[in-house]
Design a binder for this molecule. Structure first.
Ligand SMILES: [Zn+2]
Length: 456
């Protein structure tokens, strides 16, 4: 679809392809600490070369965070500031043999750009810089102030970002925030997330003896595998309802407006079954809430792994002395990971499972933008101008990210917009972005910034 911006966008994107590809070539794999300082410096220089101010923040440890600033143009609204959040780190590129191109060599084939990190999250960052350049060169200049926070630890769970957000809350102060990413779904509908779920991740284990024991003693001796199984099964019933006292009470109940957006989210259960070769019915066939509500508005209770006893070939008749499990709980707003620990602990103690050990190993709170905030309408309206009427807004995504600190320390509404599509393959081999989506992403940022600058 041609618009008034199309020619300028393609022209600008092509002109900036060199620096974009150099950025993609930097192998900024955070979990392996590869090329992190180089990439942080490159991002800083990139912001400067587009006319912004930039600096590195690294006084609180962790990988450097890049701060960037672009001042509103002469006819712009200097009273308003939009913050862009992006990350420069990427996931490891393996399995190498599944790549059809060199993982870190940007390659365009059939109007699709392949490279590790292109969809998650380097193209989004570049689409924003391209939009800034186009607006800066336009008659009115930049419509508002723009800040960037580009971090290098997103792919390892952003362990230090909250420290920086707390200390540098004034530096990053803004009226609203556009999150790192967004994409089109299976049916090409543009999707916007206005929040994220949180997570509480636990180790659970029990010891039933000091040694493994001959299983003939199973007549009188209980074992760790049974013990843990019983404790775990007390957490969720056969209808998939969590049966921990006080668990659902931790949730902030969703508003009617949030529910109305959730009802409009498309969901194709058959497709899901087919994609994963599911051999069990969907658990929402038994819950009183819909799959959409389950994904967005309700917490999960998942056993992510179990280990006990002998599982090799043939038989070994043994009473295992130890059993271990990993428990993963996706949280909705209102649920503090520590409180989730407390309700599980209390539940197990009350049910006679005081011997089961429980340890919270990671926790992150959820965040949901207030959907009555005018910024929500600004983002939706600007997106409709680019992507058409059929847009999906998730009050929060079913996944987790470091959004809560932005809400807490900066008090901003946060929505995502990005250049991905259903087959972008983030974290997977042959990660890619379609050039057409990249151009649309630039256009969305142009229109959004203009609309945002104009609003009171
Ligand atoms: Zn990622």
């Amino acid at each position: 679809m041609e618009t008034e911006w199309t020619t300028k966008i393609v022209e600008t994107a092509e002109k900036n392809q060199g620096p974009f590809f150099d950025y993609l070539r930097l192998q900024s794999v955070s979990t392996q600490k590869r090329m992190i300082p180089e990439t942080a410096n490159y991002v800083k220089q990139l912001i400067e070369s587009f006319g912004g101010e930039a600096k590195l923040l690294e006084d609180l440890g962790g990988h450097p965070i890049v701060y960037g600033f672009f001042k509103a143009g002469q006819n712009g609204n200097a009273e308003k500031t939009l913050l862009f959040y992006n990350h420069y780190d990427v996931q490891p590129e393996d399995p190498l043999n599944e790549w059809k191109t060199e993982p870190f060599e940007p390659t365009i084939k059939d109007d699709i750009l392949y490279c590790r990190g292109v969809s998650d999250n380097k193209a989004n960052f570049m689409s924003r810089l391209n939009a800034i350049q186009i607006l800066s060169e336009s008659e009115d200049g930049l419509p508002c102030n723009i800040k960037f926070l580009v971090e290098g630890e997103e792919e390892i769970g952003s362990p230090t970002i909250d420290l920086y957000l707390e200390k540098y809350a004034d530096l990053f102060a803004a009226d609203a925030c556009i999150w790192e990413a967004g994409s089109k779904d299976n049916e090409e509908r543009f999707t916007i997330d206005a929040g994220i779920k949180g997570i509480a991740y636990f180790d659970a284990w029990v010891d039933s003896a000091e040694v493994d024991i001959h299983s003939s003693k199973g007549a009188v001796v209980n074992n760790a595998a049974w013990r843990l199984t019983h404790a775990l099964s007390s957490l969720r019933n056969a209808d998939h309802q969590v049966t921990i006292d006080g668990f659902y009470e931790l949730m902030t109940p969703p508003t009617e407006l949030e529910q109305s957006f959730v009802e409009k989210i498309p969901f194709n259960g058959e497709k899901l079954k087919e994609n994963y070769g599911l051999k069990q019915p969907l658990i929402t066939e038994k819950t009183t809430w819909s799959p959409q509500a389950a994904l967005i508005l309700y917490p999960t209770m998942t056993i992510s792994g179990m280990l006990s006893g002998y599982t090799g070939p043939g038989s070994k008749t043994v009473l295992p002395r130890r059993a271990q499990a990993k428990i993963d709980v996706r949280l909705v707003p209102g649920m503090d990971p520590e409180d989730v620990y407390d309700v599980i602990r209390r539940h197990w103690d009350a049910q006679g499972f005081s011997d089961i050990e429980l340890k919270l190993i990671t926790g992150e709170k959820a965040f949901r933008t207030d959907l009555t905030d005018p910024f929500v309408q600004t983002v939706l309206e600007s997106a409709r101008k680019v992507y058409g009427e059929d847009i999906v807004l998730n009050p929060n995504s079913p996944g987790t990210g470091p959004m809560h600190g932005f809400g807490e320390y900066l008090s901003v509404p946060i929505l995502g917009s990005g250049t991905g599509w259903a087959k972008s393959g983030a974290h997977a081999p042959n990660e890619n972005v379609r050039l057409q989506d990249f151009y649309q992403g630039i256009e969305h940022m142009i229109i959004l910034l203009k609309d945002f600058g104009e609003k009171e």
